[in-house]
Design a protein around this ligand. Sequence first.
Ligand SMILES: *Cc1c(COP(=O)(O)O)cnc(C)c1O
Length: 427
Amino acid sequence: MTQSTTAPSTGLPMSVLQDQDPDAYRIISAEAQRQENTLELIASENHVSQAVLAAMGSVLTNKYAEGYPGARYYGGCQFHDQVEDLARDRAKELFGCKFANVQPHSGANANVGAFMALLSPGDTVLSLPIDSGGHLSHGLKVNFSGHFYNIVDYRLDPESELIDYDHVRSQALEHKPKMIICGYSAYPRTIDFARFREIADEVGSKLLADISHISGLVAAGVHPSPFPHAHLVSTTTHKTLRGPRGGLLLTNDEEVAKKVDRRIFPGSQGGPLMHIIAAKAVAFGEALRPEFKGYAKAVVENAQALAGALASLGYRLVSGGTDNHLMLVDLRPKSDDLTGADAERWLESAGIISNKNGIPNDPRPPKVTSGLRLGSPALTTRGFGVAEMKQVGQWIDEVLASKGDEAVADRVREQIVDLCGQFPMPH
Ligand SMILES: *Cc1c(COP(=O)(O)O)cnc(C)c1O
């Protein structure tokens, strides 16, 4: 092990792990290989930069920094104050808002803070259920949100498969929710935040926009911003935003901001993950650069190219296509007995990583489903363009049409490894 005598190590290179824990190193190396040689089409995943990884692997993990910059419960927080201020300032600049809390450990934890800041237990919340594209932290019975709050649903229009804003309004008028949630995990279309705010104002409700999936597109101006419409915005930092795994809360309202801070710490978390907060600062810095706009634009173009390829091969896209980074593929028009679970498994054996997903009014149960959710953020990070996405669509169809034939999977996987070699991970 070599170490400079002048500058102390800010974090450890992987070679140290290789020396000191070959078992852990072997597993992590195998995962790096897997990522390098497969096509990552899970819509909620991405590949972070080496700079983000470096910050995550840094000595900032060693510190307890309960509290907020300038008001900590531990000594020695000088640099932690600086790095949290850097992350907050960059987040505010990126999303054009006045207040940011960068401490939530995850998107779900950000929503715990959001619910606690805007509601009391038992209050009514209006949201889109998970089987229509919502997230479990928006009111699923087995989640804290469904356990402690009274949840009422709005729905998608059965014909267009778009948000049924008239139904949002009629549900709001009937149930008088304290909070309405917009923002989803499996919705391929643009969200009309202004329309949601109008409905919220009509019934005196708060509007929470959970932009977990689309925050990178919002930051780049490729999807409309939830500001100035939402009272509070929650997001993950690891999806299209391409930062470390974590959460973020944003608002323009000082009173809401104060409550959010109290509800995250001490309300629902202890010590912040300062190495992750440093990595958030790095990722926000990357997203502020002009190149990130190009990235986000390419994400949407690539999603549309893949959706177009699949549609021309006989698949049905929920809502007819996509405006953002993801699409929901209805497999039934292609073959009656093709399930999402089979498709996910067969594609994985060919090196194409995706996830089964219910389609609106799916007749099959959630562990089987009739759909696949596919997204372009990770492949776009690798540098894939429209031509490659069309090729990916062809491969998906070959594998699914073969019904899991091993020879087909092997042949496709070889071609994929070749293509991956031309688009190595960002360094
Ligand atoms: C991913 C997601 C979350 C939760 O993020 P985690 O970091 O997995 O907790 C919350 N809301 C929406 C809409 C999401 O898509």
